[in-house]
Design a protein around this ligand. Structure first.
Ligand code: AHG
Ligand code: MN
Ligand code: MN
Length: 333
């Protein structure tokens, strides 16, 4: 059978269900192109002088890597002129980015984490790009922060690119999860996993254990039980992984199952967790649910949360259904 490139896949999706409007198809192709450019810079690394600190900070109070800034610029440049977007918002920018006056405006809002896991860029461990697409409220001329504040259930598309041993693009429009692998010679993403499904049971968990002393009681209990393994109430052993790139953890979970946790902790009472709802929590929750898994903040489905601000943080428990149900259940007790 001939190979299905991203372009062909998108055109066929558009034809089949009529669920993928041409502007959204164009937007996804453009994001794919920007990810190829980011991938190229990531691959070049020291050869292109893109490693190390940018010497600036973002709105989250985090030091920016050079590649955080480069990836953000690539996504803005690629997406501002195509006519699909009303505005963009990024983890790396305080305010929404408006489409310059010389270009046509479209109906969609794009949000992204340009480089996820950027603490790993200098040590050559996988990083990625995460994105989420919403519809702009009808009749909006100049979208403001308020127009972005829609719950994750309203996402019309979400995905991530993973820059690892292979470069992959994972997409959902709400009818399953599709995985593409970049053929570097052809310069095309090729469909390699048409229907990604997360196993319901797992023996693998991911959490930053160095924060254990700051966790809330339900998380302590859940992780203690995993650590007790076959000698504890679970009666079987669990294995642990922590990459420190959410994209890589989610990709592992989509491939072979697992649970990923970044809970709220007592380090900074102002922040309900480290990860950002709009750029990390929502797109990953959409993908995980579409693959048969679950994503909660310990209490509620992440996708149901009404965001209060653009850079809002959220606690994240996602992955294999049985484990996410269990740890969410412990929060309710
Ligand atoms: P980012 O690089 O976009 O700021 O995201 C990093 C996030 C996420 O990818 C990862 O799961 C987590 O931060 C790692 O946190 P620790 O530093 O606590 O390991
Ligand atoms: Mn991130
Ligand atoms: Mn980032």
């Amino acid at each position: 059978m001939s190979r299905i490139t991203l372009s062909r896949f998108l055109i066929e999706q558009q034809r089949q269900g009529g669920t993928l409007p041409p502007e959204l198809r164009l937007l996804i192709e453009t994001i794919g192109r920007a990810c190829k450019a980011i991938n190229h810079a990531v691959n070049q690394g020291a050869l292109a002088g893109v490693l190390g600190e940018a010497g600036t900070g973002n709105i989250q109070g985090e030091a920016q890597k050079k590649m955080d800034v480069i990836a953000n610029d690539y996504l803005l440049d690629a997406n501002e002129w195509g006519g699909s977007l009303a505005a963009m918002a990024s983890e790396e920018m305080e305010l929404p980015y408006h489409i310059p006056g010389e270009y046509p405006k479209g109906d969609y809002l794009l949000m992204f984490d340009p480089l996820d896991g950027s603490s790993n860029i200098d040590v050559n461990i996988s990083v990625g790009t995460i994105f989420s697409v919403l519809r702009c409220p009808p009749g909006t001329v100049n979208p403001t922060e308020a127009d972005f504040l829609q719950p994750g259930t309203r996402q019309v598309a979400a995905g991530y690119a993973l820059y690892g041993p292979q470069t992959q693009l994972i997409l959902t429009f709400g009818n399953g999860v599709f995985g593409f692998t970049l053929d570097r010679e052809q310069g095309a993403f090729v469909l390699t996993t048409p229907n990604m499904r997360i196993p319901e049971s797992t023996g693998e968990f991911a959490i930053n254990m160095s924060n254990a002393r700051h966790w809330e009681a339900p998380v302590k209990r859940y992780v203690d039980e995993l650590l007790a393994g076959s000698t504890g109430p679970r009666g079987r052993d669990f294995n642990m992984r922590w990459v420190a790139s959410m994209v890589a953890e989610v990709h592992r979970i989509l491939t072979r199952g697992g649970i990923f946790m970044y809970p709220k902790d007592a380090r900074d009472p102002e922040k309900p967790g480290k990860l950002r709802l709009m750029y990390e929590g929502n797109p990953m929750a959409f993908i995980v649910e579409q693959a048969g898994g679950l994503a909660t903040d310990g209490h509620r489905r992440i996708l149901d949360i009404q965001p209060g601000k653009l850079h809002e943080r959220v606690a994240v428990f996602l992955g294999s259904r049985e484990e996410v149900e269990r740890v969410t259940g412990y929060h309710a007790e």
